[in-house]
Ligand binder design. Structure first.
Ligand code: IPE
Ligand code: IPE
Ligand code: MG
Length: 249
C-alpha cells in the first residue's frame, strides 16, 4: 500500500474478481490443472488481506460458474475437494480478520460436503462485520436474472406484486446480491477480456480492469495497483467531465 498513494476517501466499497488463469499457470509449469487451482488459494488470501487492509467492505470472487459444470469430471471433483479443504483450513483466519462469509449461485447443486463446510463457515462468521467475502459458486448471471423474473411473475399472478412497481431498484432487490451495493470495480486476471456470465446486471456502471497476470501469481500489490488505477478514473455516469468538476466546487 505504501508504494501506491491511495486516497482513503475513494476506496471502492465493493470489488469483484474473476479469478482466471489457473489452468494456464499450471500448464506453463508442466503440471496438472489442479496444481494451478491449489496455488490460486494463496491469491485469494492475498486479495482478501489487501481488501481488508484498505477498508473494502465487500469482496466477491467468481470461484465456479454454472458453465464450469461442463469441465472434466475429475477437475470438478478436485475443485470441490479443494473448496472444502480450503474452508476448513482458513475459517479460523477468516474469523480473526473479521470476515463474514456469504455465497451467491446455486450452492444447493454443490456436493453435500461443500454445502456443509460452507454452512458451518457462514454460521461461524455471521457476526463479523469488517468485510463480507461473497463466493460465487455455480453462479450464472442470466440464470439469476431468469429466477428473479420467475419470482416476480408469480407474485404478479398471485396479486402480491403490482407490475407497475417493477423498476430497476425492485429488480435489484430480487437478485441474490440484494444485500450488497453494485461493485465499483471488477478485476479479471489471465488476459481474457470478457465477463463470462458474471454479475451482468450489477456491472452496469462498474469500472472494468483486465490484467494479463494469471490468478496464482496475483499478489497484494496487484490489488493495490488496480485500486490506484481505479482512483485515477473519472466515473461520469453519463454526465460530462465539466459537469463533474462544477459539482465538486
Ligand atoms: C479459473 O482458472 C478457475 C476456474 C474457472 C474454476 P481456469 O481453470 O479457468 O484457468 P484457465 O483459464 O484454463 O487458464
Ligand atoms: C470464469 O472463468 C469463471 C470463473 C473464474 C469461476 P472461465 O475460465 O470458466 O471463463 P471462460 O469460459 O474462459 O469465459
Ligand atoms: Mg479460465
Amino acid at each position: 500500500m505504501k508504494d501506491f498513494n491511495l486516497d482513503s476517501t475513494r476506496i471502492p466499497k465493493h470489488v469483484a474478481i474473476i479469478m482466471d488463469g489457473n489452468g494456464r499457470w499450471a500448464k506453463k509449469k508442466g503440471e496438472m490443472r489442479i496444481y494451478g487451482h491449489t496455488n490460486g488459494v494463496g491469491s485469494v488470501r492475498e486479495a482478501l488481506t489487501a481488501a481488508v487492509e484498505i477498508g473494502v467492505e465487500y469482496l466477491t470472487l467468481y470461484a465456479f460458474s454454472s458453465e464450469n459444470w461442463n469441465r472434466p469430471k475429475e477437475e470438478i471433483s478436485a475443485l470441490m475437494d479443494l473448496l472444502v479443504q480450503s474452508i476448513y483450513n482458513e475459517v479460523d483466519e477468516l474469523n480473526n480478520k473479521g470476515v463474514k462469509l456469504a455465497t451467491i449461485g446455486d450452492v444447493h447443486f454443490l456436493p453435500a460436503s461443500c454445502q456443509k463446510a460452507l454452512d458451518e463457515a457462514k454460521e461461524r462468521t455471521k457476526k463479523n462485520s469488517k468485510i463480507t467475502l461473497i463466493l460465487a459458486l455455480s453462479y450464472s448471471s442470466r440464470r439469476e436474472i431468469s429466477l428473479a423474473v420467475q419470482k416476480m411473475t408469480n407474485e404478479v399472478i398471485n396479486g402480491e406484486l403490482d407490475s407497475k412497481a417493477i423498476n430497476e431498484d425492485l429488480i435489484s432487490s430480487y437478485l441474490s446480491t440484494s444485500d450488497y451495493p453494485d461493485p465499483e470495480l471488477l478485476i479479471r486476471t489471465s488476459g481474457e477480456n470478457r465477463v463470462s456470465n458474471f454479475l451482468m446486471w450489477q456491472l452496469a456502471y462498474t469500472e472494468l480492469y483486465f490484467t494479463k497476470i494469471l490468478w496464482p501469481d496475483f499478489k497484494k500489490k496487484n490489488f493495490y495497483k488496480e485500486i490506484f488505477d481505479y482512483q485515477k478514473r473519472e466515473r461520469r455516469f453519463g454526465k460530462t467531465s465539466e459537469q463533474l468538476i462544477e459539482s465538486n466546487v
